[in-house]
Design a protein around this ligand. Structure first.
Ligand code: AMP
Ligand code: GLY
Length: 471
């Protein structure tokens, strides 16, 4: 696309804050493109940013045909997983539109957990925990007995809500057997794996199947309430550090995760005979003796996209187009070396359903700054106002030299939102991050040499000044 001054038309597909962040990043490209959206409800961010918004189910491939005929997009960028699973990328390619995202067969890395585990084994890629896939009840009881502490997973997409962990969601062997049998009855297979103890982190790798660009590591917070309590959610917030690692990791952990993502991208190409194009997002856990793979996703994470996209220094439309057309080149310094803290604003009842007709007001003063971003998620714009739905409303991302400063910015912004909403005020806070470092120390031993001290890694300001501002 270089060298041309023609206005490009980009179609973004999705219904979340991640897609709003993608649209924003497209608009910051040069020359500024026209951005169109295919979504399911009137998300204020997409309504405000896009030339035209189409509302159709994100699982309806046929819906793409008239939209592509009308817009003639030069490029499509897909946010969430559902359109990937039903083959939106294949349909777009058939219509002559390069797409940022893997084809349906390659997206199996996310929608079939058993296929993914077996792929790693077949290509001798490290990272799998002890696991077994059952297609009948035979041997299930004995395997649970052997593991003692285990996790039971359905094979397909469940929005993170189908995974049940012994001791947390499953309180007896009978509970576990009943749940496993219900999954067997539902889709003929169930995955059981050892329960891992450690700290989770996300590594997103942007690739055209050949060149691989690793994003800064991010830690998500899935639990609904402060202190990591309550039910799992789509993610309540996240943080990333200026050194692109995380304070509870050793240097080797980062390298191992990057190597696993690289090997999986290569294995996918060998296995299916086509290049993986888009983002490969590995959910890892740092454990006592190294790292393990929890799962793969075939797209940017949400909230993880909100941490890394504002830091991306290269032209986003150029980047996505190079990925979609297999012409990606290595980039010397793709990301700004800053810290980010993301805090999701959610309806007070979330993750339970909330009344839909409540207004949410986000003050403009936090929407026009470089050190804080606001992304709309599942809110709806009607007659110029924004209204809550039952899902997450939107997210602030604070961007600064240290986590501590980024957290202060995100927290002040989050507190300014008016409406029946809440957020987790502990995400990115020093005490919470230190707990995670202590957790890893307890697993790996006191002598563990973490990558750097938290202060050196830019987690906290070196001066105590801003810490005292909070208290
Ligand atoms: P998944 O849908 O596979 O990402 O799982 C959802 C969540 O379940 C993960 O983010 C982890 O918190 C937890 N989980 C999944 N697998 C394991 C495991 N083997 N050990 C401990 N926790 C797990
Ligand atoms: N951060 C969890 C997800 O994107 O699936």
């Amino acid at each position: 696309m270089s060298g041309s001054v023609e206005k490009k038309r980009v179609l973004v597909i999705g219904k979340d804050a991640r897609t709003d962040a993608i649209a924003e990043k497209c608009l910051a490209s040069s020359p500024e493109p026209e951005v169109y959206a295919l979504t399911e409800f009137p998300i204020p961010g997409l309504i405000e940013k896009c030339t035209k918004v189409f509302m159709k189910p994100l699982t309806d491939r046929q819906a793409l045909i008239p939209i592509v005929q009308e817009v003639c997009p030069h490029l499509a960028i897909i946010g969430p997983e559902e359109p990937l699973e039903v083959g939106f990328v294949d349909a777009l390619n058939d219509l002559g539109v390069p797409a940022f995202g893997p084809t349906r067969r390659l997206a199996a890395i996310e929608y079939s957990k058993s296929w993914t585990r077996e792929l790693l084994d077949r290509y001798d890629i490290p990272g799998n925990p002890d696991y077994r896939i059952f297609t009948s009840k035979k041997g299930l009881g004995q395997y649970l007995e052997k593991l003692q502490s285990f996790v039971i997973k359905p094979d397909g997409l469940t929005g993170g809500k189908g995974v049940r962990v012994s001791g947390e969601h499953l309180h007896s062997r009978q509970d576990a057997l009943s749940y496993a049998e219900s999954l067997l009855a539902l889709d003929g297979r169930v995955q059981v794996e050892e329960r891992l103890d450690g700290e989770e982190f996300s590594l997103q790798t942007i690739t055209d199947g050949n060149v691989k660009i690793h994003c800064p590591l991010v830690q998500d917070h899935k639990r609904a309430f402060k202190g990591d309590g309550g039910p799992n959610t789509g993610g309540m917030g996240s943080y990333s550090c200026p050194d692109f690692s995380l304070p509870f990791l050793e240097a080797d952990d980062l390298k191992k995760a990057q190597r696993i993502n690289e090997q999986v991208i290569e294995a996918l190409c060998r296995e299916l005979g086509e290049p993986y194009r888009g983002v490969l997002y590995g959910g890892f856990m740092a454990v006592a003796d190294g790292i393990r793979l929890i799962e793969y996703n075939a797209r940017f994470g949400d909230p993880e996209a909100l941490n890394v996209l504002p830091l991306l220094q290269t032209d986003f439309v150029e980047l996505c187009w190079a990925v979609a057309t297999g012409t990606l080149k290595p980039i010397a310094r793709p990301f700004d070396k800053k810290a980010t803290v993301c805090k999701y604003i959610v309806p007070r009842q979330y993750p339970q359903a909330a009344p839909r007709d409540e207004k949410i007001v986000v003050p403009n003063k936090y929407r026009r700054r470089d050190d804080v971003k606001w992304y709309w998620a599942a809110s709806e714009k009607r007659n110029g106002d924004a209204y809550l739905t039952s899902s997450r409303s939107g997210a602030f991302v604070g961007i600064a030299e240290s986590i501590e400063e980024a957290e202060l910015i995100a927290e002040a912004a989050a507190q300014s939102v008016e409406g029946l909403v809440r957020h987790r005020d502990d995400i990115g806070r020093k005490d919470v991050i230190e707990l995670r470092v202590r957790h890893m120390e307890s697993l790996r031993g006191r002598g563990t040499r973490f990558r750097r001290t938290p202060a050196e890694a830019g987690v906290f300001s070196l001066s105590e000044g801003s810490a005292s501002m909070r208290r």
